[in-house]
Design a protein around this ligand. Sequence first.
Ligand SMILES: [Zn+2]
Length: 456
Amino acid sequence: MKRYMCIFIALGTQFLAGVPAQAEVKIAVAHNPNADASPGFKFKTVPAASATNAATTATFSVVDGTVDGSSGGIEKLNDGKLPDEEDEPAENFFFDAGTSGGRLEVDLGSVINVKQVNTYSWHPSTRGPQVYKLYASAGDSKDFNASPKNGTNPEGCGWKLLANVNTKPNDGTDEGGQYGVSISDSEGAIGRYRYLLFDMARTENDDDFGNTFYSEINVVDADASAVAPTAIAAATGPFVFKTADGKNEITVQTKDAPQLREWTESQLAPALAEWYPKIVAMLPSDGYTAPTHFSITLKPMDGVAFTAGTRVVANSDWLEKEIGREAVGSLVHEAVHVVQQFGHGGGHNPGWLVEGSADYIRWFKYEPQSHGADMEWMRHLRHFNPQYNASYRITANFLNWVTEKYDTNIVTQMNAAMRAGNYDDGLWKQYTGKSAPELGDEWKKDIGTQLDKAGQ
Ligand SMILES: [Zn+2]
């Protein structure tokens, strides 16, 4: 059973549009205890967090207080993403351990008709509840101070106190879990404001860990078009999709690389959905079925990427730098390794051919337009002395040359031999009539001629 706690507190009186209506600020609080807290942040009495609201484009800044070193940046409060676990410091914003909280300012950019301010938090124990005072200002009074430090009463410098929030359970129940707070007004809108000031207090001082894990802050504009707000998905859960033929499923874990989530969904997934089945079709062999599921984990690490069986791990720092350049192609290369499945009995396979084949499919099939391994690429290399077994792009160029000159099926045949554990150097002669070194010499001469021509 879910338990919800709802508190309504009336604060202040205001007059709207000349009509002497009595408006009341209302504070709705909802709590999902630990056992019921799930990544969706679903509350009965508080609206679901939205990824598109007036806070999305607002500027958040710390007015006073020290941010905890293990906290996520202040942008976590309006990034449209919620944590998907109960204790994810990097996905929340919180003030330093041992300090008594601090102040945050939200600049909405211009005066808007504020309808709601909604705040969300999640922690398994004392850092779950929210304790703060919310002030607001249009910023147009003479004495307005945009950054009143701790100890300065905001009401003395152009701010109005809107709400005094304290969601600590007073019935002795466990404090851990998710909290949602929605501040609104009985008259439909709270008022016209540009600035919000959160004066955040710690929930307790029995130990150093009383500063709340704030997950997200939403500000709803009463005049915004009535488009259904985009509900926030738990963006740190894996992104799972089917390939274009409907036969395979690929899972991309972005938990440790949330900055790559959008790229994963809009760039990587469509490319792999189209190309994984094509790669499977390019590399068949008798009695072989390629994996119908594999996973890609994006996270900071050394190097670019590796594949172990059906598990691909790729360096999110590198990918982020290569978005729009090599990011997607590098994972098409890894997808080739998934299809190759040389794990068993593959110890005899020459590494240069394994990597060269993956780069051949990547550069000559998937993205020939980027000229990553063709003559145009070679032309930019200095002191170039190509060896057919130099691996990666150079071997890819060699394989493309053999494909065009001798055997259109060479990559598929070599792949089948390697997968079966039957590769030996004699196969080159069998398929093309020439040994690999002989082919290599001929290829090198041909490249030299082409490069010389281009140089003239
Ligand atoms: Zn590789």
